[in-house]
Design a protein. Structure first.
Length: 343
């Protein structure tokens, strides 16, 4: 190690559709939206992460914002590469080592339903962003490690990871995924549902960012909650007059708007339970289901899933960071987790 430590380092990356998190030296050093802004004329990157998100849907014709990941996988190869490179640069700036371009050993988490082509896109993007070694780990396994489950035991655990682009459902035992379901219904779908509902019900045109704010402020999976959030004021453009206007929405309305998408997640959970071996089903009956990812923060979702499955539902303490924490633990103990890492 010693002197070579200057040039080489380990990073764990949760490359998400909505947010990208990076762990370096046991700390989350980057937690930014997965988006970049580019100049159309020069093709130069203007902003990455939070700064680019502030520009999103507010740009003129010379600037375009790109979300490089769609449904959990890379949709725009060059933009993804530039985004990873920019986020790695943020680490160098924070650790004060901008004089030496480091080569990194990276562990990146990927959806369990990913294809070989999509896997290669992740690997190539990382290699172009100064990675000397690239390892990949499936998201549900990383989430399980991140919330403290011992995945090596012959004991079944069920993880439901609701991210931005995909919902990953997996039954895990003996360091592997025994049964899984990966559906492309997640946080982004919820945003689109809210957007469509506003247009249909209130003749109000809103943007993606406003829909996200509504979801965070009054998003709910149940039309009746014990301690409901206050009504939320939303601004947008009136489709009839074209003039900006403001309306108030309740959590019950949003629950109604999200109902179909949540039903799809419920169906996928039931399907995963259906295809699980009976011995593992007995373990899941005892241990319950663990919810991780940003979608786990949706009010009443745990209750709704508990009513549907008749099983105990546990929401992770910090669901947004469970996956990146697990990826970080796998990175620190590469030898111990060799069986779950792919190259």
């Amino acid at each position: 190690m010693g002197i070579f430590d200057i040039f080489s380092n380990d990073v764990a990356i949760d490359l998400g559709t909505a947010n990208t998190l990076v762990i370096h030296k046991d700390k989350i050093v980057v937690d930014e939206p997965s988006i970049i802004a580019k100049d159309r004329n020069t093709n130069q990157v203007l902003a990455i992460g939070r700064l680019a998100m502030q520009m999103h849907e507010k740009t003129h014709e010379n600037i375009k914002t790109i979300r490089p990941l769609k449904d959990g996988v890379i949709a725009d190869f060059s933009a993804a590469e530039e985004m990873i490179r920019g986020m790695i640069k943020m680490i160098d700036e924070k650790s004060g080592s901008r004089f030496f371009p480091k080569s990194y050993r990276m562990v990146i988490c990927i959806p369990s339903g990913i294809t070989e082509v999509e896997k290669r896109a992740v690997r190539d993007s990382a290699q172009h962003a100064h990675a000397k070694e690239v390892y990949m780990i499936h998201e549900p396994l990383a989430a399980a490690i991140g919330i403290g489950i011992d995945i090596e035991q012959p004991m079944g655990s069920m993880i439901v990871d609701i991210g931005g682009g995909t919902t990953e459902i997996a039954v895990i035992a003996l360091s592997g995924i025994v049964a899984d379901q990966s559906i492309r219904v997640a946080g982004d779908t919820f945003n689109r549902d809210i957007l469509d509902y506003m247009r249909r019900q209130h003749n109000l045109l809103i943007g993606e960012r406003s829909a996200e704010k509504v979801k965070i402020a009054v998003g709910s999976a149940l039309t009746e909650l014990d301690n409901p959030p206050e009504d939320y004021e939303i601004r947008g453009r009136d489709l009839m007059t074209g003039i900006p206007k403001i309306i108030k929405v309740t959590y019950s309305e949003i629950a109604f708007a999200l109902d179909k998408s949540i039903s799809k997640i419920e169906e996928a959970v039931l399907k995963a339970l259906e295809i699980s071996p009976p011995e593992l089903s007995a373990d899941i009956y005892d241990n319950g289901i663990h919810l991780t990812g940003g979608g786990a923060l949706l009010r009443g979702l745990d209750k709704r899933l508990a009513m549907k499955t008749k099983l105990p539902i546990h929401v992770a303490d910090d669901p947004l960071r469970a996956v990146v924490r697990g990826t970080g633990i796998a990175m620190k103990n590469l030898d111990a987790f060799k069986s779950v890492l792919m190259t």
